[in-house]
Design a protein around this ligand. Structure first.
Ligand code: SF4
Ligand code: SF4
Length: 258
């Protein structure tokens, strides 16, 4: 069970959750709770869709949800920072600009299929290792905390492609055309989340982004052994508690030293 309440500033905040509460439980119970507060903007999310113009993170486990084979994506390392064509997407909602693809190694059938994903630049692993090592050497922060802090501050997510209007490629007539197969963060995000809830959501996105990098072959799993996403193959097998890392002490130490 996951418990929420409405804070004084009309934010929806997390109270507590059972030890066995999963990421699926968190999203489902947040969805139920917001509907019990019709006076809040999020009580009627379905008629808004404004956040569908934001950059929507696509996490490692979302590849399967969206029907994307990451092995195919990682084959085109030159595609970093570009839209990647995925077979099966609806070309009528694609924001893909064919002129921008000139010289890019997309097979023709994919170009006709439309685009649903934008890849970030690859992470600089030498920089990552150096930064984590220096954080440990210059402070008394344990390596795991230094790693989590680095990953929190350096996780450029894969995102859903947008239409020319700036809306998500799946948004049609103000409604999601891929509602049952949308990225996890679409179901967890609310524009009025309280601080604790927002922190957990951010941590899920950052760890899910590094997990996506590993699925793309951009980083080895041996460097991500702490990542909860490596333990499961679906959101209903991952515990909320695994994402509520306490980095307060780490941040305080860094503030003291730098
Ligand atoms: S969460 Fe998104 S869809 Fe819901 S009210 Fe806020 S902006 Fe609108
Ligand atoms: S996948 Fe659906 S819910 Fe998510 S941003 Fe796109 S239109 Fe909105």
């Amino acid at each position: 069970m996951v418990e929420f309440f409405i804070a004084e500033n009309n934010e929806i905040e997390l109270v507590e959750y059972d030890a066995g509460a999963t990421l699926t439980d968190l999203a489902a119970e947040l969805e139920s709770f917001r509907e019990t507060a019709p006076d809040l903007k999020t009580g009627k999310c379905r008629g808004c869709g404004e956040c569908c113009s934001d950059n929507i993170p696509v996490l490692g486990l979302d590849f399967a949800v969206l029907g994307i084979d990451p092995a195919t994506l990682s084959a085109g390392t030159a595609l970093s920072g570009t839209e990647f064509m995925v077979s099966g997407a609806d070309p009528s909602v694609s924001g893909f600009d064919s002129s921008a693809s000139a010289g890019k190694p997309f097979p023709d059938p994919w170009q006709a299929a439309g685009s649903i994903l934008v890849l970030p630049d690859k992470p600089d692993l030498a920089f990552r290792r150096k930064a984590i090592k220096e954080m440990c050497e210059w402070t008394s922060i344990p390596e795991i905390e230094a790693t989590l802090l680095f990953e929190y501050n350096n996780a450029e997510p894969l995102i859903l492609a947008k239409q020319a209007s700036g809306e998500c490629c799946f948004l049609k007539g103000g409604l999601c055309s891929s509602y049952t197969k949308r990225p996890y963060s679409c179901g967890l995000y609310l524009c009025n989340m309280g601080r604790r809830l927002a922190y957990i959501q951010e941590m899920i996105v950052r760890q899910g982004t590094w997990h996506a990098y590993s699925k793309l072959g951009w980083i080895g799993e041996d460097e991500l052994r702490h990542n909860p996403f490596l333990k499961a193959d679906s959101y209903d097998k991952l515990l909320v508690s695994d994402f509520e890392f306490d980095l307060k002490n780490t941040s305080e130490q860094l503030f003291f030293y730098f």
